[in-house]
Design a protein around this ligand. Structure first.
Ligand SMILES: [Fe+2]
Length: 186
C-alpha cells in the first residue's frame, strides 16, 4: 500500500481488524500496528462528511465511520473546555486526534473496588495530544478523561467489543463514582 494514497475506510478497517487479530492482548504491539493505517485515515480531509450519526455517550456530534457489530471506528467532536469526566470501559479504547488538540489524562484505580461508591484514583499520565497523536487505554488502566482545547477538536476512537455494562464515571476530587445510567451520572 502506498503511504501517500488516501486510504479507504474499508481498507483502514481491514488493517485494524488484522492488527487486532495478530496482537491479542499485546497493547504495545497494537499501538504500533494501528499507527500506519490510522495515520492515513487521519490524513483524509473529508471524514466529517462520511460518517453515519450515532448517539454519543459523552458528546453531541458523534458518527460511525465503521461498524460491524464488533469493531467500531467513531468520529466525534470534543467540546472545548468542557471535560469529559473520568470513566472506564472494561476493554481497551483508543483516542486519535483528527482535528485540534485535547488534554488527555489516564488514571489508575488504587482501591480494591469493594466499597460501593468509593474510588481512589491516581493520575498516571497527563498530556496534550496534538493532531495525529493517539492514546490507547486498556484494563486494568482503562480510566481516562479528556478535554478539547480548541473550538474544532475532533477525535476518532477505535474500539473492539462491548463496553462493560456498568461503566463508572468518577469524581476523583471526591473519591466517588457513579454507574452510568444512574441519576445525575455525567
Ligand atoms: Fe473513553
Amino acid at each position: 500500500m502506498s503511504a501517500n494514497r488516501p486510504i479507504t475506510i474499508r481498507d483502514c478497517a481491514e488493517a485494524v481488524i488484522g492488527a487486532i487479530g495478530r496482537c491479542g492482548d499485546d497493547m504495545d504491539r497494537l499501538r504500533q500496528e494501528f499507527k500506519a493505517p490510522m495515520a492515513r485515515l487521519l490524513a483524509r480531509p473529508d471524514l466529517l462528511t462520511l460518517g453515519v450519526p450515532r448517539e454519543g455517550n459523552n458528546v453531541a456530534f458523534s458518527q460511525y465511520l465503521y461498524y460491524d457489530s464488533q469493531m467500531s471506528i467513531l468520529l466525534y467532536q470534543v467540546p472545548r473546555d468542557k471535560p469529559i469526566p473520568p470513566h472506564d470501559h472494561g476493554i481497551w479504547e483508543t483516542v486519535f486526534v483528527y482535528r485540534g488538540r485535547l488534554k488527555h489524562t489516564v488514571y489508575e484505580r488504587l482501591d480494591d473496588g469493594t466499597r460501593p461508591g468509593f474510588a481512589d484514583l491516581k493520575v498516571i499520565d497527563d498530556r496534550i495530544l496534538e493532531q495525529g497523536d493517539m492514546a490507547l487505554v486498556a484494563p486494568p488502566r482503562d480510566i481516562h478523561s479528556f478535554t478539547g482545547l480548541t473550538d474544532e477538536t475532533f477525535g476518532i476512537t477505535v474500539v473492539n467489543g462491548a463496553y462493560r455494562p456498568d461503566r463508572h464515571y468518577y469524581r476523583p476530587e471526591e473519591k466517588t463514582y457513579l454507574i452510568k445510567g444512574q441519576r445525575n451520572a455525567r
